[in-house]
Design a binder for this molecule. Structure first.
Ligand SMILES: *Cc1c(COP(=O)(O)O)cnc(C)c1O
Length: 420
């Protein structure tokens, strides 16, 4: 261990970090040399435990799929394998990648703008469920199947439904039902259902199983349940009108993750109980959910060190190795990423050690843009010194894979998977 190694014993934790900076992750980060930072550290043990608990909270007739776009790293995909029923993929790239990582896992294939080549690849890959996003996609799919007699594809119609939810302040908040490039408007879904069930050519190689809807992001359990109920009710009426058995409804992902208060977790128990009631009233129906963020956000950390501390026009800034080109989440969402500080007491240099001497500081990265801020004006940075380490929490979803890595040509972080 280098003499600049962080001391875990003395570590302090930003008050807002719920999971007091996971000691296995802290120990690992403390063992790294400064040149080995920044690093992404994933706790696969914690991930497996979390996903297993989520699965256990859900009734049997709810299938849990993981939305790979949240984080498609292979060790995470394989760590999730025993807890999930399948994976949702939204491109030909994700399809090939997830198939290779977890070869036997069922895949649901969605996404607007599927190219002809992706459609062929997905048909040949034998995806478990196909989420149809437009009428033209239906026709393209049928044309590909026409060259493969005997092949049947199970489809769900992705619908952009107007649903309302009573948010915290009891003001109904409209979700879905707005102009977007995603899915079918209800009247177009109606037309697709007709084409698939009227005895014509489209229904021959396509089996309409039900409906898919991913309408909102960041909803707590009560709102998610209300949205799920509305989707199921609408789907049952659609099936009734067109005389097909409704066997499946996929109510999407978007379960809330609270970056301002990491202790505030999505209530999977309440959600599972609500879904149980929903299913009790509808024998023969299987529900499916496809969360991304709420499964993997908590298992990833972006670890780095403070390179410099300075005061600028009355405010303190700590500049860390790396930045939002590695962890774009706070810039993309406009929040402060929660973090813990790992103090490094050794200071081998003859010059004074720069330190935050007020009660708050902004944690910025190395990029030459004022947008490169990981946490703004935060009290958790009080006392922070050059060479101290910082562990940004909740960096397991929409973090590295949504970041603009090439900007400014800094080195890439290293990746560590604990419990692999
Ligand atoms: C992104 C996405 C998800 C996952 O959303 P999270 O907010 O990460 O849970 C699920 N389904 C579809 C169709 C998506 O586009």
């Amino acid at each position: 261990m280098a003499d600049t190694a962080a001391s875990t014993a003395a570590s302090t934790v930003n008050r807002s970090v719920a999971d007091p900076a996971n000691s296995a992750v802290q120990r690992h980060v403390a063992s790294l040399a400064p040149e080995e930072l920044p690093a992404y550290v994933y706790d696969l043990v914690a991930l497996r435990e979390h996903a297993t608990a989520v699965r256990a909270a859900l009734p049997e007739r709810v299938e849990l799929y993981y939305a790979a776009k949240a984080n498609p790293e292979v060790p995470l995909l394989t760590a999730l394998r025993d807890a999930v029923d399948g994976y949702e993929v939204s491109s030909g790239g994700e399809l090939a990648h997830v198939r290779a990582a977890v070869p036997d896992a069922p895949l649901a294939f969605g996404g607007p703008g599927k190219t002809p080549a992706e459609i062929v690849a997905a048909v040949d890959a034998g995806v478990h469920r196909w989420h149809v996003e437009s009428e033209q996609e239906l026709h393209r799919l049928v044309a590909v199947l026409a060259e493969r007699p005997g092949t049947v594809v199970d489809v769900l119609l992705r619908v952009n439904l107007p649903v309302v939810t009573d948010a915290l302040d009891a003001v109904p908040l409209a979700m879905g039902g707005r102009p977007t490039p995603f899915g079918l408007d209800p009247d177009r879904a109606e037309e697709c259902a007709r084409l698939l069930t009227d005895g014509g050519p489209l229904g021959r190689q396509l089996r309409l199983r039900g409906v898919h809807a991913h309408l909102a992001s960041g909803l707590a359990a009560p709102e998610q349940l209300s949205v799920a109920e509305q989707i199921v009710t609408w789907s049952a009426e659609l099936a009734e009108r067109h005389g097909f058995p409704l066997t499946e409804v996929n109510v999407g992902g978007g379960m809330a993750v609270d970056y301002d208060d990491p202790a505030q977790r999505f209530d999977w128990t309440a959600f599972g109980e609500g879904l149980t009631k929903l299913l009790d009233a509808r024998p023969g129906l299987t529900l499916r959910i496809e969360p991304g963020r709420a499964l993997t956000a908590y298992c990833g950390w972006y670890a780095t060190e403070v390179l410099d501390v300075k005061r600028s026009h009355g405010e303190d800034f700590a500049v860390v190795r790396g930045g939002t080109h590695h962890l774009r989440t706070p810039a993309a969402r406009g929040h402060s990423q929660p973090f813990a500080v790992l103090p490094v007491d050794a200071w081998p240099h003859p010059w004074p050690r720069p330190a935050v001497d007020t009660d708050r500081a902004t944690l910025a990265g190395q990029l030459c843009t004022p947008k490169d801020v990981l946490a703004r004006s935060t009290g958790g940075a009080a006392g922070l010194r050059s060479a101290d380490r910082v562990l940004f929490a909740m960096a397991g979803a929409y973090a590295w894979n949504i970041s603009h890595h090439e900007f400014l040509m800094h080195p890439r972080p290293r990746f560590h998977y604990l419990g692999d």
